[in-house]
Write a protein that binds this ligand. Structure first.
Ligand SMILES: NC(=O)c1ccc[n+]([C@@H]2O[C@H](COP(=O)([O-])OP(=O)(O)OC[C@H]3O[C@@H](n4cnc5c(N)ncnc54)[C@H](OP(=O)(O)O)[C@@H]3O)[C@@H](O)[C@H]2O)c1
Length: 306
């Protein structure tokens, strides 16, 4: 099938996912325009750039003029100690940032046809062994509340006539950032291990599939709604630790006590000690073909030295 080339507006373009997906979309021939705090180093010459900080209000309407679709990924990093100020930044950059973006869209005479916006599986809260699909309701806790409020703002774009997709990313595994880059030094030193008893579920996704899904949603007519960006086979934290230990050829048996994480990260530790068993029902239903459905192959691909 021939893909229709689009003019795309991207936020969060200097980040881990934004860089990966932005490069891929540009390589595929789409025209990019970036809305953000700085020009990403990877941005091809001739692409557009408009300055905007998701924390500080109104988005420039001219940035959205003539755009076919918006891919909105901006947000203060979540994997840091949640002080009061940080929690406020996590919330404001997402909820108020998305509100400002949708408000700018509402002012356009000719609006984009689609908005694809990030969310996170944190939406579901800590849910034990429950089988979670996009139909499952929001959970409890700080992240779940932020995600629900963030998605509510995204949904307002649907009221403006846009096709909208809220992409609930799982733990994105990649070489150049995200959780794996943070875990690797400890695992390479043989100091990695399960968190607590390691029974909590980890719904992960290879960055190639996170990027592949965003591209698929943008390019496939009629696809939208809530979308779990996770691999079809979630694993328990203990299994993940064992697989990562095997991949770096180091033992990964010493458990990380929960209280130590609590001391290090405060409330953010709940993100590591809790978990969700998420199923990507929308992706499977829409016929998205996973490059890395299994963890062993995903880790092997990511840890191979090139
Ligand atoms: N990576 C994951 O495993 C994962 C999992 C679940 C959900 N997500 C969500 O997916 C989105 C992209 O994730 P990512 O890993 O690419 O994040 P990232 O590397 O932290 O990048 C996020 C981008 O958002 C912008 N940003 C950061 N803090 C901001 C602030 N305080 N105010 C305004 N803009 C700010 C920055 O872009 P500019 O400087 O270019 O403006 C930054 O590059 C995020 O919303 C994240 O919550 C990611």
């Amino acid at each position: 099938m021939l893909t229709q080339l689009m003019r795309l507006l991207l936020t969060g373009a200097s980040g881990f996912l934004g860089s990966a997906v932005g490069k891929r979309l540009a390589e595929s021939g789409h025209e990019l325009r970036v809305l953000g705090r700085r020009v990403p180093p990877w941005l091809p010459a001739g692409s557009g750039f408009h300055r905007w900080d998701a924390m500080t209000g109104a988005a420039p309407v001219e940035a959205l003029d003539g755009v076919d679709a918006v891919l909105h990924l901006a947000g203060e990093p979540v994997a840091q100690r949640w002080t009061k100020t940080v929690k406020r930044r996590i919330q404001r950059s997402r909820v108020e940032g998305t509100r400002a973006l949708v408000e700018a869209i509402s002012r356009l005479e000719a609006r984009p046809k689609m908005m694809v916006a990030a969310s996170a599986i944190g939406y579901y809260g800590d849910r034990g062994d429950e089988d979670l699909t996009e139909e499952s309701g929001a959970g409890a806790g700080f992240l779940a509340e932020v995600c629900a409020a963030w998605e509510q703002e995204t949904l307002k774009a649907a009221e403006l006539g846009l096709r909208v997709s809220r992409v609930r990313f799982g733990v994105v595994l990649g070489r150049k950032g995200g959780a794996l880059a943070k875990m690797l030094p400890a695992f390479r030193a043989g100091l990695g291990g399960p968190i607590g008893k390691g029974r909590q579920w980890m719904s992960w996704i290879h960055v190639a599939d996170a990027v592949g899904m965003l591209k698929f949603i943008l390019e496939t007519p009629g696809v939208g709604g809530a979308w779990n960006a996770t691999a079809p086979m979630a694993v328990r934290n203990a299994e993940f630790s064992r697989a990562l230990g095997r991949a770096v050829r180091r033992p990964a048996v010493v458990p990380v006590p929960r209280f130590a994480l609590r001391m290090m990260f405060g409330e953010m530790a709940t993100m590591l000690t809790g978990g969700q068993r998420v199923r990507p029902a929308a992706a499977l239903e829409a016929g998205y073909r996973f490059k890395f459905p299994e963890l062993e192959a995903a880790l092997k691909d990511l840890l191979i030295t090139r």
